[in-house]
Design a protein around this ligand. Structure first.
Ligand code: C5P
Length: 242
């Protein structure tokens, strides 16, 4: 049977580095302390699938592969199918690739999962990048507000077989209402109380985000820059259970 992989701890640590050794060390440190790790374009471009597998195996932790695929459906399907060989827990596509592309990615995850003995990655759609404001959307021909465009693309993702979406903390509440209780909401922009917001403009604590309906939290620097990353990750998990 082809089922999505699942985790108990919702905290995914964003490892934003091209350095495979540093990523490997963090993954080892975070074993048993975080739900998983997120590897993105910078790491992947530097180290490829071998690097992903190396880090995954070093830590034995689930990997969220954040490559944000966006292309014609056939090309995205091929990329998702091949990416399944890395056995990611979840991976990202752009919902703005349209219904056929989202469906092709979801179907390819099932096919790729079957080829790997049954566990498939969750397909998570990115809606509107938080770096885009109303003027940016207008510049690419979208006259809706960012919030309306997020809701439209989130619904499109759900209707076409995606498992969930990435959203900002302030979108959790409305999207949970729109999309029902079971849709995965992966949320970056999270800061435990007392930690530095860095370049994140609107942050929320892990507890608040989960209470509002986040299913997964992407947290980078508050863990990776801590003197003891495992202790920082554990403290976040404990704060959720409190
Ligand atoms: O260090 P920090 O916790 O800010 O890292 C957050 C991670 O989530 C980074 O990998 C960043 O690229 C990613 N992300 C984000 N905001 C988004 C989408 C992704 O911060 N809207």
């Amino acid at each position: 049977m082809n089922i999505p992989l699942t985790v108990v701890d919702p905290v995914f640590c964003a490892i934003d580095t091209p350095d495979v050794g540093a990523a490997e060390k963090l993954a080892v440190d975070l074993k048993g302390a975080a739900g998983g790790i997120k590897l993105g374009k910078e790491f992947f471009t530097a180290n490829g699938p071998d690097g992903v597998i190396r880090v995954r195996d070093a830590g034995g932790v689930p990997v969220f592969l954040d490559l944000k695929f966006h292309d014609i459906p056939n090309t995205v399907a091929g990329a998702v199918r091949i990416a399944c060989k890395m056995i990611p827990y979840m991976m990202t596509i752009h919902a703005s690739g349209g219904p056929a592309m989202i469906r092709a990615a979801a179907d390819a995850a099932v096919a790729g999962g079957d080829a790997n003995g049954g566990a498939r990655p969750q397909i998570i759609a990115v809606t509107v990048l938080t770096s885009l404001d109303q003027a940016d959307l207008k510049a690419v021909g979208v006259s809706d507000t960012p919030s309306d465009q997020v809701r439209r693309l989130a619904a499109l993702a759900q209707q076409n077989g995606a498992d969930g979406i990435v959203c900002s903390p302030h979108e959790i509440e409305v999207l949970r209402q729109d999309l029902g209780p079971d849709f995965v909401l992966v949320v970056p922009g999270i800061r435990p109380k007392g930690t530095d917001a860095g370049d994140q403009k609107r942050v929320m604590t892990p507890e608040e985000a989960v209470q509002l309906g986040a299913t997964h939290l992407v947290i980078g620097r508050p863990i990776t820059q801590a003197s003891d990353p495992a202790a920082a990750a554990r403290a976040i998990f404990d704060s959720l259970a409190a």
